[in-house]
Ligand binder design. Structure first.
Ligand SMILES: [Zn+2]
Length: 453
C-alpha cells in the first residue's frame, strides 16, 4: 500500500506541472440539435448527388435525372420538404445569375442557379444574419468536359449534405437571428455563385456577422502518405483583411492586431464552440485564407469586406479530387462516395451547427472596446459600451493572451462595462465578448488603444 502511494506521488512530480481542469457548460438546446445530425442522412444525400452523373456548370439543365439543373431541383425539393416544419419562418429561393462567356473560365455565357434557404430570425429588433455556404457544382479532371462522370462526392457533396442536415434541424427550431444556407453553383469555374451572392449582400447592406464556407469536409485519409484521422478539421481565416482602409491599416500597425482580423476571431470562435459540443474533434486554426493556389467561396465574401472563413478537412486525398473515376496502378482514383467518411462529415456538420446556434443565441457585440493607454502603468484598464441592438448581455467575457500565443488563453466573466486587470497592456492582447445568462457568447471584439497620428 505504502509503495503504491509513493509511486503515485512520483508520477505527479515527474510530470512537472499541475493538471488544469476546464469547466465546460453545454446548452441543452444546442446539444439536442447537434445530436439530431445523422451520418446516414448525409450518406443518402451524397449518393443521390453522385447519381446525377455530373453537376458541371455547363451540363444539361433540362434532364430531370442528371446535370446541374437536376441538382438545383433536387436541393430545392429537399429544402422545401424540410421547411414545411418551420411554421412559415423559412423560404427557399432559386437565385439566378448570368456568368461566363468571353475571357472567363466558362466557354459560353449561361444562366446559373444558387439555391438559398432563409430561416428568418424571430427577434424583430435583431437584423443580424449568419451565412453558411457549400458549392454544389462538380468537375472531372478536364474542367471543360461537361458530360464526363463527375461524382463530386466529397468536393462538395460532403458540404452540401451537411448544410441539408442543418436545414432539416433548423426547420424545427426557433432562432432569434436570420440564417441563410446558400447552395452555390459556379465554384469550379471561378467562385461565380459566391461572388454574385456577396455582391448582392454588399449592395443590399446585409448585416452579416459571419460566413462559414464548407468545402470538402468528408475525406479523412491522405493520398501517398496514407494517414488516416477523422478527429481534426481545418478552419482557414484571412490574416490582414482583403478590404483594409488606411485607417484600419494604421490601427493594425499601432495595436499589433495583425493576427486579430474579424475572420480570425470567427475562426477562434468556431474552435471554441465546436470543441465544446463535438467529442473526438479538434478544430485546427490555419492562419492563411486558403490553401496554396486554391480558392473557395468564402473569398468573394472577404473581398466584399465580410467576415468569412473556410471549413475544410484536415487531410486531403489528391487521388480523388478532380480525378477521373478509374483504377491506376492499383489505386482508386475519382471522387466517389467510398472515399467519404460519413461519421467525419457528421462531426464537421456539428462544428458548424453548434457555432451557428451559439452565435445566434448570443447578444450582439460590445461596442467601442478600448484600452486606456494614457499613462504608464502595470495595470490595464479596458472599457466598452453595451450593444445597441438585439438581446441585452447579462455580462461580458474578457479574453486574454500573451502576444506570442495564437489563441486566447484566459476568459474572465465581468459584470459592468469596464475592468482594471493587474496585467501589463504591453505584454498581453485583450478582447471582449458579450454573454447572456446561458453562456452564449458573441464574437470577440479586439481591444485597441486608438491609432497613431
Ligand atoms: Zn470544392
Amino acid at each position: 500500500m505504502k509503495t503504491l502511494v509513493i509511486f503515485a506521488i512520483s508520477i505527479v512530480m515527474l510530470s512537472g506541472q499541475a493538471i488544469a481542469q476546464q469547466i465546460t457548460v453545454r446548452d441543452s438546446v444546442i446539444e439536442k440539435a447537434v445530436l439530431q445530425i445523422s451520418a446516414s442522412n448525409i450518406k443518402t444525400t451524397v449518393n443521390e448527388l453522385v447519381a446525377l452523373h455530373t453537376r458541371h456548370n455547363l451540363s444539361t439543365k433540362n434532364d430531370p435525372a442528371r446535370g446541374i439543373g437536376a441538382a438545383a431541383q433536387y436541393l430545392s425539393n429537399k429544402l422545401n420538404g424540410y421547411i414545411k416544419n418551420s411554421a412559415g419562418r423559412a423560404i427557399v429561393e432559386k437565385v439566378e445569375y448570368r456568368a461566363g462567356g468571353k475571357d472567363t473560365r466558362l466557354s459560353r455565357e449561361i444562366t446559373l442557379t444558387n439555391v438559398v434557404a432563409t430561416f428568418k430570425g424571430s427577434n424583430k429588433d435583431d437584423n443580424r444574419i449568419i451565412v453558411l455556404l457549400a458549392h454544389y457544382d462538380s468537375r472531372a479532371d478536364n474542367n471543360s468536359d461537361s458530360t464526363a462522370f463527375a461524382p463530386g462526392a466529397n468536393d462538395n457533396g460532403s458540404g452540401v449534405a451537411a448544410l441539408l442536415e442543418i436545414a432539416r434541424i433548423l426547420s424545427g427550431m426557433d432562432i432569434p437571428v436570420t440564417i441563410k444556407l446558400m447552395f452555390l453553383s459556379g465554384e469550379e469555374h471561378g467562385l461565380l455563385g459566391a461572388a454574385y451572392m456577396a455582391s448582392v449582400a454588399k449592395k443590399e447592406n446585409w448585416n452579416i456577422i459571419g460566413v462559414l464556407n464548407n468545402d470538402m469536409i468528408g475525406n479523412s485519409r491522405t493520398s501517398s502518405t496514407d494517414v488516416s484521422n477523422n478527429t481534426k478539421v481545418r478552419v482557414f481565416s484571412e490574416n490582414i483583411p482583403y478590404v483594409e482602409s488606411d485607417e484600419m491599416k494604421k490601427s493594425r500597425v499601432f495595436n499589433s492586431s495583425e493576427n486579430d482580423s474579424k475572420s480570425r476571431q470567427l475562426a477562434r470562435y468556431i474552435k471554441e464552440t465546436g470543441e465544446r459540443y463535438i467529442d473526438n474533434m479538434e478544430v485546427k486554426l490555419v492562419y492563411r485564407n486558403d490553401r496554396f493556389g486554391r480558392g473557395g467561396d468564402h473569398t468573394p465574401f472577404c473581398k466584399e469586406g465580410f467576415t468569412a472563413v473556410r471549413i475544410c478537412e484536415y487531410h486531403e486525398n489528391y487521388d480523388r479530387t478532380h480525378q477521373p473515376v478509374t483504377v491506376k496502378n492499383g489505386i482508386e482514383l475519382g471522387d466517389m462516395p467510398n472515399g467519404v467518411d460519413f461519421e467525419y462529415v457528421r462531426k464537421n456538420c456539428g462544428v458548424n451547427l453548434s457555432s451557428l446556434l451559439n452565435l445566434s443565441f448570443a447578444p450582439s457585440l460590445p461596442q467601442n472596446v478600448k484600452i486606456d493607454i494614457s499613462d504608464l502603468s502595470n495595470n490595464t484598464k479596458i472599457s466598452w459600451e453595451s450593444p445597441k441592438e438585439g438581446k441585452k448581455p447579462s455580462a461580458y467575457y474578457i479574453l486574454i493572451r500573451e502576444t506570442d500565443k495564437s489563441n486566447w488563453e484566459r476568459k474572465v466573466r465581468i459584470n459592468g462595462n469596464n475592468i482594471e486587470l493587474h496585467l501589463s497592456k504591453d505584454n498581453y492582447l485583450f478582447a471582449v465578448q458579450s454573454v447572456d445568462n446561458e453562456g452564449h457568447e458573441s464574437l470577440a471584439v479586439f481591444a485597441t488603444g486608438g491609432s497613431s497620428k
